[in-house]
Design a protein around this ligand. Sequence first.
Ligand code: SAH
Length: 381
Amino acid sequence: MSARGEQRVRGGHPWIYRADVVSVTAGPGDIVQVIGPRHRPIGSAFFSDRSQIPLRMLTIGESVAGEALIRSRLEKAIAFRASLALDATAYRLVHGEADLLPSLIVDRYGDHLVVQALTQGTDRLLPDITRLLVELTSPAGILARNDPKVRDLEGLDRHVTVLHGEVPESVLVREGPVEYDVDLRKGQKTGLFLDQRENREAAARYAHGRVLDGFSYHGGFALRLAPQVAEVEAVDVSADAVARIAANAARNGAANVHAREANVFDELRRLERAGVKYDTVVLDPPAFAKNKASVANALAGYKEINLRAMRLLAPGGYLVTCSCSYNVNEEMFGAMLHDASSDSHVPVSIVEKRMQGRDHPVLVGVPETHYLKCFILRRVE
Ligand code: SAH
C-alpha cells in the first residue's frame, strides 16, 4: 500500500482506494494482511477485486482479523444497542463501519433479523456471521436483503434469501407508541426507515395543529404525530406506500391521518396556490445526491421543497426537514436552508440540528457514516 494509503489508515479511515494499492496477492473476499511502503504491517482488511475501494480495514497493527474478532465486534455492537434501552422492537444492531464491521448491516425487527452484506468480504463471511448471530441473539429467522445496487460494484449478485429459521410475509413491530406491519422482503432498505426513530420523537416535541408529512413512506412521522395534532396529510408518490400508510393508520386507530398519492414537488406548489397553511411540515425525501456530480442539482431540489414548505407554514409553525444524502453535508444543508429562507422571505430559527438515531452512530473520521441531517426550524413570524 502507498504512503498516502497508510496515512489515511492512521487518520482512522477504513477505506483504501484502488490508487493506493500497489500490489495484491489475494482472492475476492479474502481477509488480507496490509503491508505499508517500508514493509511495515499496517493491519488487516477485507479485500475486494472489483470495487474502487479494494480494502476495508478491520484491524490496525500486526494482528490479523479472524472469527474471534468478528464475534467480539458483533457482541459489542449488540451490547451497545441493549444499553440504549430503545423504546422500540425494531432498530439497527450493526451499523457497518461505525461498529468496525465494514459493509455489514444487521437490523432487528422483533424476533427477526435482516442482514445486508455489501462487499465481497462480508458476503463471503455470511455463513459465519449467520451462525454467530443465531448464537448471540436466538432469532426466529434471519433474512438476507442482499438486493442493494451497491453489490453490483462488487460483482456480487442481488438476492433476498432466508439464511436461518423462518421469515413470515409480514412482521409486526413497535416503535414508541406506533405499531407497524413490515414486509421485510420488499420494503425499502430493510423494511422501515429505522434511522428516523429519534427524529420522529423530536418532531413530536413541537408538532401541532394541521400537519403535512411529505415523503411519508409508511407514515413514520405521520403516525407518531397523529395523536397530538388536529390532522395529518401524508403524501407519497408511491401507491404502495399510500396503501401502507392507510393500513397502518387503521391499525393504530389514527383516524386523523389522510394519505394521498402525489409528487411532493407538485403538491407543495398546488397547496401554495390554494393558500393553505400548515402548523407543521415534515420533509423527508429520498437521497437527491447519490454522488458528488449530482450535488448541485440535489441542492436545487432541496431548496425548492424547503422554500415552498416555509411559505406554507403559519407563523409559529415548525418545519422538520431532512436529507439522507451524505454528499450534502450538514454545512451545505444549513446554507441551502439559509437560501430558502431568504428567497421565501420567511424568517426561521433553527431549534434543533439532528442526525440519524443513536443505533446508527457516526464513526469519527469517517464522514460517510454521517449521512442523515434533520433540522427542526420554526417560523418566527
Ligand atoms: N419519512 C419516511 C421515509 C421517507 S423515504 C419515514 O419516516 O419512514 C422517501 C419516500 O419518498 C419514499 O417512500 C418514496 O416513495 C417517496 N418519494 C420519492 N420521491 C417522491 C416525490 N417526488 N414525491 C412524493 N414522494 C416521493
